[in-house]
Design a binder for this molecule. Structure first.
Ligand code: NAD
Length: 480
Protein backbone atom coordinates (compact mmCIF):
# COMPACT_ATOMS: atom_id res chain seq x y z
CA UNK A 1 0.00 0.00 0.00
CA UNK A 2 1.22 3.47 -0.86
CA UNK A 3 1.93 6.14 1.66
CA UNK A 4 1.39 9.65 0.32
CA UNK A 5 3.66 12.21 1.96
CA UNK A 6 3.68 15.95 1.41
CA UNK A 7 5.89 17.38 -1.33
CA UNK A 8 7.69 20.45 0.01
CA UNK A 9 10.87 22.02 -1.38
CA UNK A 10 11.20 19.06 -3.79
CA UNK A 11 11.25 16.57 -0.90
CA UNK A 12 8.68 14.02 0.20
CA UNK A 13 8.03 14.75 3.89
CA UNK A 14 5.69 13.04 6.36
CA UNK A 15 3.14 15.35 7.99
CA UNK A 16 4.40 17.13 11.12
CA UNK A 17 1.61 15.64 13.22
CA UNK A 18 2.39 12.08 12.02
CA UNK A 19 -1.28 11.46 11.16
CA UNK A 20 -2.54 9.76 7.98
CA UNK A 21 -5.96 9.38 6.33
CA UNK A 22 -7.16 6.18 4.72
CA UNK A 23 -7.81 6.27 0.96
CA UNK A 24 -10.10 3.64 -0.61
CA UNK A 25 -10.52 2.33 -4.13
CA UNK A 26 -14.19 3.24 -4.77
CA UNK A 27 -14.68 0.22 -7.05
CA UNK A 28 -13.84 -2.29 -4.30
CA UNK A 29 -13.87 -0.25 -1.05
CA UNK A 30 -10.39 -1.64 -0.38
CA UNK A 31 -7.73 0.52 1.20
CA UNK A 32 -5.16 1.59 -1.40
CA UNK A 33 -3.15 4.29 0.30
CA UNK A 34 -2.52 6.35 3.38
CA UNK A 35 -2.64 10.08 2.82
CA UNK A 36 -0.80 12.69 4.89
CA UNK A 37 -3.36 14.33 7.19
CA UNK A 38 -1.59 17.67 7.23
CA UNK A 39 -2.24 20.73 9.34
CA UNK A 40 -1.17 24.35 9.68
CA UNK A 41 2.44 23.34 10.46
CA UNK A 42 2.81 21.58 7.10
CA UNK A 43 1.20 24.52 5.30
CA UNK A 44 3.69 26.80 7.06
CA UNK A 45 6.64 24.72 5.80
CA UNK A 46 5.27 24.71 2.27
CA UNK A 47 4.61 28.46 2.26
CA UNK A 48 8.14 29.13 3.51
CA UNK A 49 9.58 26.90 0.74
CA UNK A 50 7.48 28.70 -1.87
CA UNK A 51 8.54 32.12 -0.52
CA UNK A 52 12.19 31.11 -0.65
CA UNK A 53 11.88 29.91 -4.27
CA UNK A 54 9.95 32.97 -5.47
CA UNK A 55 12.75 35.53 -6.10
CA UNK A 56 14.73 33.27 -8.45
CA UNK A 57 11.70 31.78 -10.17
CA UNK A 58 9.97 35.11 -10.79
CA UNK A 59 13.24 36.57 -12.15
CA UNK A 60 13.39 33.99 -14.95
CA UNK A 61 12.23 35.07 -18.39
CA UNK A 62 8.84 33.98 -19.73
CA UNK A 63 10.66 31.92 -22.38
CA UNK A 64 12.61 30.04 -19.70
CA UNK A 65 9.50 29.27 -17.67
CA UNK A 66 7.72 28.20 -20.85
CA UNK A 67 10.46 25.62 -21.49
CA UNK A 68 9.99 24.13 -18.00
CA UNK A 69 6.28 23.66 -18.72
CA UNK A 70 6.95 21.92 -22.03
CA UNK A 71 9.31 19.55 -20.24
CA UNK A 72 6.70 18.74 -17.56
CA UNK A 73 4.15 17.97 -20.32
CA UNK A 74 6.61 15.67 -22.13
CA UNK A 75 7.41 13.68 -18.99
CA UNK A 76 3.74 13.22 -18.08
CA UNK A 77 3.00 12.14 -21.65
CA UNK A 78 5.64 9.40 -21.38
CA UNK A 79 3.87 8.04 -18.28
CA UNK A 80 0.31 8.83 -19.41
CA UNK A 81 -1.13 5.35 -18.92
CA UNK A 82 0.40 5.06 -15.45
CA UNK A 83 -1.28 8.37 -14.53
CA UNK A 84 -4.60 7.26 -16.06
CA UNK A 85 -4.65 3.93 -14.22
CA UNK A 86 -3.88 5.62 -10.93
CA UNK A 87 -6.57 8.27 -11.46
CA UNK A 88 -9.08 5.52 -12.18
CA UNK A 89 -8.10 3.47 -9.13
CA UNK A 90 -8.39 6.50 -6.86
CA UNK A 91 -11.41 8.29 -8.34
CA UNK A 92 -13.45 5.46 -9.87
CA UNK A 93 -13.72 6.72 -13.46
CA UNK A 94 -12.93 4.28 -16.31
CA UNK A 95 -9.22 4.10 -17.23
CA UNK A 96 -10.11 4.87 -20.85
CA UNK A 97 -11.82 8.10 -19.84
CA UNK A 98 -9.01 9.04 -17.46
CA UNK A 99 -6.55 8.56 -20.30
CA UNK A 100 -8.51 10.31 -23.05
CA UNK A 101 -10.03 13.12 -21.00
CA UNK A 102 -8.11 13.74 -17.76
CA UNK A 103 -4.48 13.00 -18.56
CA UNK A 104 -4.73 14.31 -22.13
CA UNK A 105 -5.96 17.57 -20.64
CA UNK A 106 -3.22 17.61 -17.96
CA UNK A 107 -0.62 17.50 -20.74
CA UNK A 108 -2.49 20.14 -22.74
CA UNK A 109 -2.77 22.44 -19.70
CA UNK A 110 1.05 22.70 -19.59
CA UNK A 111 1.54 22.99 -23.35
CA UNK A 112 -1.27 25.52 -23.68
CA UNK A 113 0.09 27.91 -21.04
CA UNK A 114 3.70 27.33 -22.15
CA UNK A 115 2.64 28.75 -25.52
CA UNK A 116 0.19 31.36 -24.21
CA UNK A 117 2.76 33.18 -22.07
CA UNK A 118 4.85 33.91 -25.14
CA UNK A 119 1.96 35.64 -26.89
CA UNK A 120 0.74 38.05 -24.25
CA UNK A 121 0.63 41.77 -24.94
CA UNK A 122 0.44 44.61 -22.49
CA UNK A 123 -1.97 47.51 -22.83
CA UNK A 124 -0.59 50.93 -23.70
CA UNK A 125 -2.22 54.24 -24.63
CA UNK A 126 -1.26 57.73 -25.73
CA UNK A 127 -3.63 60.12 -23.96
CA UNK A 128 -4.40 63.50 -25.60
CA UNK A 129 -0.78 63.77 -26.81
CA UNK A 130 0.25 64.51 -23.23
CA UNK A 131 0.95 61.17 -21.62
CA UNK A 132 2.12 57.78 -22.67
CA UNK A 133 0.70 55.02 -20.44
CA UNK A 134 1.49 51.36 -20.19
CA UNK A 135 0.51 48.47 -17.99
CA UNK A 136 3.19 46.28 -16.45
CA UNK A 137 1.92 42.90 -15.20
CA UNK A 138 3.76 41.39 -12.23
CA UNK A 139 3.63 38.00 -10.59
CA UNK A 140 2.08 38.07 -7.14
CA UNK A 141 4.05 35.69 -4.92
CA UNK A 142 2.83 32.44 -3.35
CA UNK A 143 -0.46 31.25 -4.85
CA UNK A 144 -2.74 28.86 -2.93
CA UNK A 145 -4.44 26.31 -5.22
CA UNK A 146 -7.28 24.11 -3.92
CA UNK A 147 -8.92 21.45 -6.10
CA UNK A 148 -11.80 18.92 -5.93
CA UNK A 149 -12.03 15.15 -6.50
CA UNK A 150 -13.97 14.85 -9.76
CA UNK A 151 -11.22 15.74 -12.26
CA UNK A 152 -8.31 15.58 -9.83
CA UNK A 153 -5.08 16.23 -11.73
CA UNK A 154 -6.86 17.90 -14.67
CA UNK A 155 -8.22 20.72 -12.47
CA UNK A 156 -5.14 21.03 -10.28
CA UNK A 157 -2.83 21.50 -13.26
CA UNK A 158 -5.32 23.94 -14.86
CA UNK A 159 -4.29 26.17 -11.95
CA UNK A 160 -0.61 25.22 -11.55
CA UNK A 161 0.34 25.84 -15.20
CA UNK A 162 -0.83 29.49 -15.47
CA UNK A 163 0.27 30.26 -11.90
CA UNK A 164 3.90 29.19 -12.33
CA UNK A 165 4.32 30.30 -15.94
CA UNK A 166 3.37 33.80 -14.73
CA UNK A 167 6.23 33.70 -12.21
CA UNK A 168 4.43 32.71 -9.01
CA UNK A 169 5.33 29.81 -6.78
CA UNK A 170 2.50 27.63 -5.46
CA UNK A 171 1.19 25.62 -2.54
CA UNK A 172 -1.43 23.10 -3.68
CA UNK A 173 -4.06 21.31 -1.61
CA UNK A 174 -5.68 18.51 -3.65
CA UNK A 175 -8.88 16.80 -2.47
CA UNK A 176 -8.35 14.30 0.35
CA UNK A 177 -10.44 11.81 -1.66
CA UNK A 178 -8.10 11.82 -4.66
CA UNK A 179 -4.47 12.50 -3.79
CA UNK A 180 -2.63 9.80 -5.71
CA UNK A 181 -2.04 11.39 -9.12
CA UNK A 182 -0.92 14.63 -7.45
CA UNK A 183 1.71 12.57 -5.62
CA UNK A 184 2.88 10.93 -8.87
CA UNK A 185 2.93 14.38 -10.48
CA UNK A 186 5.26 15.51 -7.66
CA UNK A 187 7.81 12.94 -8.90
CA UNK A 188 7.79 14.68 -12.28
CA UNK A 189 8.11 18.10 -10.67
CA UNK A 190 11.13 16.94 -8.65
CA UNK A 191 12.83 16.01 -11.94
CA UNK A 192 12.12 19.31 -13.65
CA UNK A 193 11.56 22.35 -11.45
CA UNK A 194 13.81 24.15 -8.96
CA UNK A 195 12.93 23.29 -5.34
CA UNK A 196 9.99 25.15 -3.83
CA UNK A 197 8.28 26.29 -7.04
CA UNK A 198 5.50 23.69 -6.69
CA UNK A 199 4.64 22.36 -3.21
CA UNK A 200 1.80 19.95 -2.50
CA UNK A 201 0.25 19.51 0.94
CA UNK A 202 -2.23 16.67 1.35
CA UNK A 203 -5.08 16.37 3.82
CA UNK A 204 -8.52 17.69 4.65
CA UNK A 205 -10.08 21.01 3.84
CA UNK A 206 -10.84 21.69 7.48
CA UNK A 207 -7.18 21.47 8.54
CA UNK A 208 -4.80 21.91 5.61
CA UNK A 209 -7.16 23.81 3.27
CA UNK A 210 -8.29 26.33 5.85
CA UNK A 211 -4.71 26.97 7.03
CA UNK A 212 -3.71 27.74 3.44
CA UNK A 213 -6.64 30.12 2.90
CA UNK A 214 -5.91 31.96 6.15
CA UNK A 215 -2.14 32.16 5.68
CA UNK A 216 -1.06 35.85 5.71
CA UNK A 217 1.77 35.26 3.19
CA UNK A 218 -0.52 33.76 0.53
CA UNK A 219 -2.05 36.71 -1.34
CA UNK A 220 -4.11 34.68 -3.81
CA UNK A 221 -6.41 31.64 -3.71
CA UNK A 222 -7.71 29.78 -6.75
CA UNK A 223 -10.43 27.37 -5.65
CA UNK A 224 -12.54 24.81 -7.48
CA UNK A 225 -15.11 22.89 -5.47
CA UNK A 226 -18.54 23.12 -3.89
CA UNK A 227 -20.51 26.34 -3.39
CA UNK A 228 -20.72 26.08 0.42
CA UNK A 229 -16.92 25.64 0.63
CA UNK A 230 -16.52 28.57 -1.76
CA UNK A 231 -18.52 30.83 0.57
CA UNK A 232 -16.37 29.75 3.49
CA UNK A 233 -13.18 30.46 1.55
CA UNK A 234 -14.42 33.92 0.62
CA UNK A 235 -15.09 34.67 4.30
CA UNK A 236 -11.76 33.20 5.49
CA UNK A 237 -9.75 35.10 2.89
CA UNK A 238 -11.36 38.44 3.77
CA UNK A 239 -9.11 39.07 6.77
CA UNK A 240 -5.99 39.37 4.59
CA UNK A 241 -7.88 40.74 1.50
CA UNK A 242 -6.79 37.99 -0.88
CA UNK A 243 -7.38 37.86 -4.58
CA UNK A 244 -9.85 34.95 -4.95
CA UNK A 245 -11.16 32.97 -7.90
CA UNK A 246 -14.03 30.56 -7.19
CA UNK A 247 -15.15 27.86 -9.65
CA UNK A 248 -18.16 26.32 -7.90
CA UNK A 249 -21.09 23.98 -8.42
CA UNK A 250 -23.55 23.76 -11.29
CA UNK A 251 -27.05 22.45 -12.04
CA UNK A 252 -27.03 22.95 -15.74
CA UNK A 253 -30.07 23.01 -18.02
CA UNK A 254 -30.01 21.00 -21.23
CA UNK A 255 -32.78 22.48 -23.42
CA UNK A 256 -34.15 20.40 -26.28
CA UNK A 257 -36.37 22.09 -28.88
CA UNK A 258 -38.67 20.04 -31.13
CA UNK A 259 -36.77 21.17 -34.26
CA UNK A 260 -33.40 19.83 -33.04
CA UNK A 261 -31.20 17.20 -34.68
CA UNK A 262 -32.79 14.40 -32.65
CA UNK A 263 -29.96 11.86 -32.84
CA UNK A 264 -27.30 14.41 -31.91
CA UNK A 265 -29.44 15.72 -29.04
CA UNK A 266 -30.00 12.21 -27.66
CA UNK A 267 -26.34 11.13 -27.92
CA UNK A 268 -24.99 14.31 -26.35
CA UNK A 269 -27.63 14.47 -23.64
CA UNK A 270 -26.59 10.96 -22.59
CA UNK A 271 -22.94 12.04 -22.37
CA UNK A 272 -23.89 15.30 -20.63
CA UNK A 273 -25.94 13.37 -18.08
CA UNK A 274 -23.61 10.51 -17.25
CA UNK A 275 -20.01 11.07 -18.37
CA UNK A 276 -17.60 10.64 -15.44
CA UNK A 277 -20.54 9.14 -13.43
CA UNK A 278 -22.28 12.50 -13.72
CA UNK A 279 -19.53 13.97 -11.55
CA UNK A 280 -18.67 16.96 -13.76
CA UNK A 281 -19.69 20.46 -12.71
CA UNK A 282 -20.81 21.02 -16.35
CA UNK A 283 -23.09 17.98 -16.59
CA UNK A 284 -26.48 18.73 -18.14
CA UNK A 285 -28.47 17.19 -15.31
CA UNK A 286 -31.71 19.17 -15.82
CA UNK A 287 -33.16 18.18 -19.17
CA UNK A 288 -36.02 20.32 -20.53
CA UNK A 289 -37.82 19.03 -23.64
CA UNK A 290 -40.34 20.99 -25.73
CA UNK A 291 -43.89 19.63 -25.29
CA UNK A 292 -44.37 18.22 -28.78
CA UNK A 293 -41.11 16.19 -28.63
CA UNK A 294 -41.35 15.18 -24.98
CA UNK A 295 -42.77 11.62 -25.22
CA UNK A 296 -40.53 10.59 -28.12
CA UNK A 297 -37.42 12.04 -26.46
CA UNK A 298 -38.07 10.45 -23.06
CA UNK A 299 -38.76 7.02 -24.53
CA UNK A 300 -35.52 7.04 -26.55
CA UNK A 301 -33.44 8.67 -23.81
CA UNK A 302 -34.38 5.97 -21.32
CA UNK A 303 -33.76 3.24 -23.90
CA UNK A 304 -30.24 4.56 -24.63
CA UNK A 305 -29.45 5.16 -20.95
CA UNK A 306 -30.19 1.54 -20.16
CA UNK A 307 -27.53 0.46 -22.67
CA UNK A 308 -24.70 2.22 -20.79
CA UNK A 309 -22.21 -0.21 -19.27
CA UNK A 310 -21.54 0.36 -15.56
CA UNK A 311 -18.84 -1.64 -13.82
CA UNK A 312 -15.17 -2.56 -13.98
CA UNK A 313 -13.28 0.73 -14.59
CA UNK A 314 -10.45 -1.24 -16.22
CA UNK A 315 -12.51 -2.50 -19.17
CA UNK A 316 -12.51 -0.39 -22.34
CA UNK A 317 -16.27 -0.81 -22.87
CA UNK A 318 -17.17 0.53 -19.42
CA UNK A 319 -18.91 3.90 -19.59
CA UNK A 320 -19.34 4.51 -15.85
CA UNK A 321 -17.35 3.36 -12.83
CA UNK A 322 -18.31 3.80 -9.17
CA UNK A 323 -19.01 7.10 -7.42
CA UNK A 324 -16.02 8.55 -5.63
CA UNK A 325 -16.71 7.67 -2.00
CA UNK A 326 -19.15 6.02 0.40
CA UNK A 327 -20.34 9.39 1.73
CA UNK A 328 -20.96 10.77 -1.75
CA UNK A 329 -22.75 7.54 -2.75
CA UNK A 330 -25.08 7.91 0.23
CA UNK A 331 -25.73 11.54 -0.64
CA UNK A 332 -26.70 10.66 -4.21
CA UNK A 333 -28.93 7.76 -3.06
CA UNK A 334 -30.68 10.07 -0.59
CA UNK A 335 -31.86 12.20 -3.52
CA UNK A 336 -33.61 9.19 -5.01
CA UNK A 337 -35.68 8.93 -1.83
CA UNK A 338 -36.38 12.66 -2.02
CA UNK A 339 -37.53 12.25 -5.63
CA UNK A 340 -39.97 9.49 -4.67
CA UNK A 341 -41.30 11.53 -1.74
CA UNK A 342 -41.80 14.50 -4.07
CA UNK A 343 -43.89 12.46 -6.51
CA UNK A 344 -41.19 11.84 -9.13
CA UNK A 345 -41.10 8.68 -11.25
CA UNK A 346 -37.78 6.86 -11.59
CA UNK A 347 -37.90 5.85 -15.27
CA UNK A 348 -34.68 3.82 -15.12
CA UNK A 349 -31.72 3.21 -12.81
CA UNK A 350 -31.94 3.94 -9.11
CA UNK A 351 -30.24 0.69 -8.09
CA UNK A 352 -26.82 -1.01 -8.07
CA UNK A 353 -25.87 -2.95 -11.19
CA UNK A 354 -25.24 -6.70 -10.97
CA UNK A 355 -21.45 -7.05 -10.84
CA UNK A 356 -18.83 -9.71 -10.02
CA UNK A 357 -18.11 -10.35 -6.31
CA UNK A 358 -14.92 -8.26 -6.49
CA UNK A 359 -17.04 -5.13 -6.91
CA UNK A 360 -19.77 -6.04 -4.41
CA UNK A 361 -18.73 -3.30 -1.98
CA UNK A 362 -18.06 -0.62 -4.63
CA UNK A 363 -20.14 2.55 -4.92
CA UNK A 364 -21.86 1.73 -8.21
CA UNK A 365 -25.19 3.14 -9.31
CA UNK A 366 -27.02 2.59 -12.58
CA UNK A 367 -27.66 5.78 -14.54
CA UNK A 368 -30.94 7.18 -13.29
CA UNK A 369 -33.62 9.22 -15.04
CA UNK A 370 -36.39 10.91 -13.05
CA UNK A 371 -39.50 12.59 -14.49
CA UNK A 372 -42.62 14.22 -13.09
CA UNK A 373 -40.99 16.58 -10.57
CA UNK A 374 -42.06 20.17 -9.98
CA UNK A 375 -39.51 22.93 -10.55
CA UNK A 376 -39.28 23.52 -6.80
CA UNK A 377 -38.17 19.90 -6.19
CA UNK A 378 -34.87 19.53 -4.34
CA UNK A 379 -33.78 17.14 -7.11
CA UNK A 380 -34.13 19.99 -9.61
CA UNK A 381 -32.80 22.76 -7.37
CA UNK A 382 -29.79 21.01 -5.78
CA UNK A 383 -26.57 19.83 -7.40
CA UNK A 384 -26.70 16.03 -6.97
CA UNK A 385 -23.36 15.50 -8.75
CA UNK A 386 -23.96 11.89 -9.69
CA UNK A 387 -25.53 9.80 -12.48
CA UNK A 388 -29.00 11.26 -11.96
CA UNK A 389 -30.86 13.46 -14.44
CA UNK A 390 -34.33 14.96 -14.29
CA UNK A 391 -36.49 15.41 -17.39
CA UNK A 392 -39.22 18.06 -17.53
CA UNK A 393 -41.37 19.71 -20.22
CA UNK A 394 -41.46 23.25 -21.49
CA UNK A 395 -43.72 25.08 -23.91
CA UNK A 396 -42.13 27.91 -25.87
CA UNK A 397 -38.91 29.90 -25.53
CA UNK A 398 -40.07 32.06 -22.60
CA UNK A 399 -40.97 29.01 -20.52
CA UNK A 400 -37.61 27.38 -21.36
CA UNK A 401 -35.71 30.50 -20.23
CA UNK A 402 -37.70 30.87 -17.00
CA UNK A 403 -37.16 27.23 -16.06
CA UNK A 404 -33.49 27.21 -17.05
CA UNK A 405 -32.79 30.32 -14.95
CA UNK A 406 -34.90 29.10 -12.04
CA UNK A 407 -32.09 27.73 -9.85
CA UNK A 408 -29.40 29.43 -7.77
CA UNK A 409 -26.59 28.13 -10.02
CA UNK A 410 -25.35 29.68 -13.27
CA UNK A 411 -22.47 27.66 -14.67
CA UNK A 412 -23.46 26.42 -18.15
CA UNK A 413 -26.36 25.47 -20.43
CA UNK A 414 -26.87 23.52 -23.65
CA UNK A 415 -29.46 24.38 -26.28
CA UNK A 416 -30.50 21.98 -29.05
CA UNK A 417 -32.33 23.65 -31.94
CA UNK A 418 -32.09 24.21 -35.69
CA UNK A 419 -33.31 27.79 -35.22
CA UNK A 420 -30.18 29.88 -34.69
CA UNK A 421 -32.05 33.11 -33.89
CA UNK A 422 -33.82 31.24 -31.12
CA UNK A 423 -30.48 29.86 -29.90
CA UNK A 424 -28.95 33.35 -29.78
CA UNK A 425 -31.92 34.68 -27.84
CA UNK A 426 -31.37 31.96 -25.25
CA UNK A 427 -27.64 32.69 -25.16
CA UNK A 428 -28.51 36.32 -24.39
CA UNK A 429 -31.00 35.53 -21.63
CA UNK A 430 -29.55 32.51 -19.86
CA UNK A 431 -27.71 33.59 -16.71
CA UNK A 432 -24.75 31.22 -17.08
CA UNK A 433 -21.03 31.46 -17.84
CA UNK A 434 -21.07 29.17 -20.90
CA UNK A 435 -23.84 28.39 -23.40
CA UNK A 436 -23.31 25.45 -25.74
CA UNK A 437 -25.45 25.50 -28.89
CA UNK A 438 -25.92 22.08 -30.44
CA UNK A 439 -22.90 20.85 -28.44
CA UNK A 440 -21.66 20.05 -24.94
CA UNK A 441 -18.26 20.19 -23.24
CA UNK A 442 -16.47 21.67 -26.23
CA UNK A 443 -13.83 24.03 -24.85
CA UNK A 444 -11.48 26.53 -26.44
CA UNK A 445 -8.94 27.07 -23.66
CA UNK A 446 -8.38 30.67 -24.75
CA UNK A 447 -11.87 31.73 -23.68
CA UNK A 448 -13.15 32.74 -20.23
CA UNK A 449 -14.52 29.91 -18.11
CA UNK A 450 -16.50 30.32 -14.89
CA UNK A 451 -19.91 30.72 -13.38
CA UNK A 452 -22.50 33.31 -12.42
CA UNK A 453 -24.63 33.40 -9.26
CA UNK A 454 -23.82 30.51 -6.89
CA UNK A 455 -21.53 28.94 -9.52
CA UNK A 456 -18.62 31.21 -8.84
CA UNK A 457 -16.64 34.36 -8.96
CA UNK A 458 -14.22 35.39 -11.70
CA UNK A 459 -13.10 33.64 -14.87
CA UNK A 460 -10.16 31.38 -15.69
CA UNK A 461 -8.84 30.32 -19.11
CA UNK A 462 -6.34 31.84 -21.56
CA UNK A 463 -5.44 35.44 -20.78
CA UNK A 464 -8.05 35.49 -18.01
CA UNK A 465 -5.96 32.99 -16.02
CA UNK A 466 -2.76 34.88 -16.78
CA UNK A 467 -4.43 38.09 -15.60
CA UNK A 468 -5.72 36.45 -12.44
CA UNK A 469 -2.25 35.20 -11.51
CA UNK A 470 -0.64 38.64 -12.03
CA UNK A 471 -1.23 42.20 -10.79
CA UNK A 472 -1.23 45.14 -13.20
CA UNK A 473 0.63 48.36 -12.47
CA UNK A 474 -0.35 51.29 -14.67
CA UNK A 475 2.61 53.55 -15.49
CA UNK A 476 1.93 57.07 -16.71
CA UNK A 477 4.69 59.14 -18.42
CA UNK A 478 3.96 62.83 -19.06
CA UNK A 479 5.80 64.19 -22.08
CA UNK A 480 4.15 67.54 -22.81
P1 NAD B 1 -15.43 20.52 -1.81
O1 NAD B 1 -15.83 21.95 -1.79
O2 NAD B 1 -15.94 19.63 -0.74
O3 NAD B 1 -13.83 20.36 -1.75
C1 NAD B 1 -13.00 20.98 -2.71
C2 NAD B 1 -11.63 21.21 -2.10
O4 NAD B 1 -11.74 22.17 -1.05
C3 NAD B 1 -11.01 19.97 -1.44
O5 NAD B 1 -9.62 19.97 -1.69
C4 NAD B 1 -11.30 20.18 0.02
O6 NAD B 1 -10.41 19.51 0.88
C5 NAD B 1 -11.13 21.68 0.12
N1 NAD B 1 -11.80 22.31 1.28
C6 NAD B 1 -12.91 21.90 1.93
N2 NAD B 1 -13.19 22.76 2.95
C7 NAD B 1 -12.26 23.73 2.91
C8 NAD B 1 -12.01 24.90 3.69
N3 NAD B 1 -12.81 25.25 4.72
N4 NAD B 1 -10.96 25.68 3.37
C9 NAD B 1 -10.15 25.36 2.32
N5 NAD B 1 -10.32 24.25 1.57
C10 NAD B 1 -11.37 23.45 1.85
O7 NAD B 1 -15.81 20.00 -3.27
P2 NAD B 1 -15.71 18.50 -3.81
O8 NAD B 1 -16.83 17.72 -3.18
O9 NAD B 1 -14.31 18.04 -3.70
O10 NAD B 1 -16.00 18.73 -5.37
C11 NAD B 1 -17.27 18.74 -5.93
C12 NAD B 1 -17.74 20.14 -6.17
O11 NAD B 1 -16.81 20.83 -7.02
C13 NAD B 1 -19.06 20.17 -6.92
O12 NAD B 1 -19.88 21.16 -6.33
C14 NAD B 1 -18.67 20.59 -8.33
O13 NAD B 1 -19.67 21.24 -9.07
C15 NAD B 1 -17.53 21.52 -8.04
N6 NAD B 1 -16.71 21.68 -9.23
C16 NAD B 1 -16.76 22.88 -9.90
C17 NAD B 1 -16.02 23.05 -11.08
C18 NAD B 1 -16.03 24.35 -11.83
O14 NAD B 1 -15.16 24.54 -12.68
N7 NAD B 1 -16.97 25.25 -11.57
C19 NAD B 1 -15.24 22.01 -11.56
C20 NAD B 1 -15.23 20.79 -10.85
C21 NAD B 1 -15.97 20.65 -9.69
Amino acid sequence: MDRVNNFIDNQFLPPQGGQFLVSLNPATAEQIAEIADSDARDIELAVQAAKKAYPLWSAKTSAERSQYLYRIADLIEKRALEFAELESRDQGKPVKLANEMDIARVILNFRFFAGAILHTENESTVHDNRTFNYVARKSIGVAGLISPWNLPLYLLTWKIAPAIVSGNTVVCKPSEFTSLTASLFAEVIAQVLPAGVVNIVFGTGAKAGEALVKHPDVPLISFTGGTETGKRILRDSAESIKKVSLELGGKNPNIIFADCDFEAAIANSIRAGFLNQGEICLCGSRIYVEDSLYDRFVQRYVQETQKLIVGDPGLPETFMGPLVSASHYQKVLSYLEVAKAEGGQILCGGQRPQLPEKFSKGYFLNPTVIAGLSESSKCIQDEIFGPVVTISRFSGVDDAITKANGVRYGLSASVWTANLSQAHRLAAELKVGTVWINSWLVRDLRLPFGGMKASGLGREGGRHSLEFFTEPTTVCVRYS
